[in-house]
Design a protein around this ligand. Structure first.
Ligand SMILES: *[C@@H]1O[C@H](CO)[C@@H](O)[C@H](O)[C@H]1NC(C)=O
Ligand SMILES: *[C@@H]1O[C@H](CO)[C@@H](O)[C@H](O)[C@H]1NC(C)=O
Ligand SMILES: *[C@@H]1O[C@H](CO)[C@@H](O)[C@H](O)[C@H]1NC(C)=O
Ligand SMILES: *[C@@H]1O[C@H](CO)[C@@H](O)[C@H](O)[C@H]1NC(C)=O
Length: 293
C-alpha cells in the first residue's frame, strides 16, 4: 500500500513533467482535425490571391476574420479587428495606385504544413508580381500560424515574411544593371515620397490633413525621416508610410495619420526591440493544442 502510494506519486510527478501543458477547460476551442485545417489554410490563400483579394477587400468586413481577430505581421505592427484586417490583408496586396514596394500575390504552394485542433502552422511559397518594379516576379516565402473559431473564422494570425530583408534588397536593386544601387535608392525615395504626397493631396483634407502643402510633405518624407530597413515597416520611416498609403483610400480618417509626421501609432519609434519580442498580443485562443489526437 505504502509502495503503491510512492509509485503513484512518482508516476504523477513524471506524468506532470512530461505533459506539455496542464489540461484546461476549453470547450470553446473547436477541434477540426488535420484535413479540415489544411482546407481552411488553402481557402485563406485562395482568397488572398489577386484578384480574389479585391472581393474580400470590397466586403469591408471580411468574414474570413472573426470580429475580434488579433493579427501580427513581422516587421510591421499588430492589427486588431475585422475591418482593419480586411484592409491590411486583402486591401493592401493589389490595391496600390501609386508607387509601392508591395507586390501582388499570384499562384501559391503550401510547402510545409502541420496542424492540430484549431491551429495550423504553414510555410507557403507565393509568386508575387511587383508592378512598381517593372512587373518583376519573385517567389515569397510566408510562414503563418493561424487559429480558427467554430465558425471557421480566423481569430488570430502570426505571420513572418521569411528572408524579408533579402527580398527587399533584391527588389530595391533589381532592374537596369547599369544604374548604381545608390541611384536606384535615390529614385525610389523620390517616387515613393511623390506617391505618398499625391495620395495625401487627394484624400487627406479637413481634419485629416497631415501636411500644409505637397512641398512640406515631400521635404518631410525625403529629409526628416529615414528610408527604413527591412524590419522598420512599423517605424518612423518612409517605407512604413508607403505601406500605409495604400490603405488611405479605404478610410482616410483612420489612415491619413499613418503617413503624417506623427505616424499615427503605426509609423513611429515607440516600440523597442524587447517590447516587440515580449508583446503579449494573443488572448482569443491558445496557441498550444488542448486536444492531443
Ligand atoms: C464594419 O464593422 C465595423 C465594426 O463592427 C462597423 O462599425 C462598420 O459599420 C462595418 N462596416 C460595414 C460597411 O459593414
Ligand atoms: C512560380 O513561378 C515559377 C517561375 O515561373 C514557377 O516555376 C512556379 O511553378 C510558380 N509557382 C507556383 C506555385 O505556381
Ligand atoms: C504590369 O502588369 C500590369 C497588369 O498586367 C499592367 O497593367 C502594367 O502596365 C504592367 N507594368 C509594366 C511596367 O509592365
Ligand atoms: C474631404 O473632402 C470631401 C469632398 O469634398 C468631403 O466630403 C469630406 O467631408 C472632407 N473630409 C474632411 C475630414 O473634411
Amino acid at each position: 500500500m505504502k509502495l503503491y502510494t510512492i509509485l503513484a506519486a512518482i508516476t504523477a510527478v513524471s506524468a506532470h513533467a512530461i505533459a506539455p501543458i496542464a489540461p484546461r477547460d476549453d470547450t470553446a476551442t473547436p477541434n477540426f482535425g488535420y484535413n479540415e485545417l489544411y482546407e481552411l489554410q488553402t481557402t485563406f490563400w485562395q482568397k488572398f490571391q489577386y484578384p480574389n483579394s479585391l472581393i474580400e477587400a470590397q466586403s469591408i468586413n471580411s468574414t474570413v476574420f472573426s470580429e475580434d481577430v488579433q493579427g501580427r505581421v513581422s516587421d510591421t505592427r499588430d492589427f486588431l479587428g475585422r475591418e482593419l484586417n480586411t484592409e491590411y490583408i486583402f486591401g493592401l496586396f493589389g490595391g496600390a495606385n501609386g508607387f509601392s514596394i508591395v507586390g501582388v500575390p499570384g499562384a501559391f504552394e503550401i510547402v510545409q504544413f502541420s496542424a492540430q485542433q484549431n491551429i495550423a502552422a504553414a510555410s507557403t511559397r507565393i509568386n508575387f508580381t511587383f508592378p512598381s518594379f517593372g512587373n518583376v516576379t519573385y517567389p515569397v516565402r510566408i510562414d503563418t500560424w493561424i487559429t480558427w473559431n467554430a465558425a471557421k473564422q480566423i481569430t488570430q494570425y502570426d505571420v513572418v515574411f521569411r528572408w524579408f530583408g533579402f527580398l527587399l534588397k533584391t527588389l530595391l536593386t533589381s532592374g537596369d544593371p547599369t544604374v548604381s544601387d545608390a541611384d536606384k535608392l535615390a529614385k525610389l525615395v523620390d517616387v515613393t515620397a511623390k506617391s505618398i504626397c499625391g495620395t495625401h493631396q487627394t484624400y487627406c483634407n479637413g481634419t485629416n490633413t497631415q501636411y500644409a502643402s505637397s512641398d512640406q510633405c515631400y521635404e518631410f518624407l525625403t529629409k526628416e525621416i529615414r528610408v527604413g530597413e527591412s524590419f522598420e515597416l512599423g517605424m518612423n520611416t518612409l517605407l512604413c508610410r508607403s505601406i500605409h498609403e495604400i490603405m488611405i483610400k479605404y478610410r482616410p480618417n483612420v489612415h491619413c495619420a499613418h503617413i503624417g509626421p506623427s505616424g499615427g501609432d503605426m509609423c513611429d519609434d515607440k516600440i523597442g526591440y524587447a517590447q516587440k519580442v515580449d508583446d503579449p498580443l494573443y488572448t482569443n485562443s491558445p496557441w498550444i493544442p488542448t486536444v492531443y489526437s
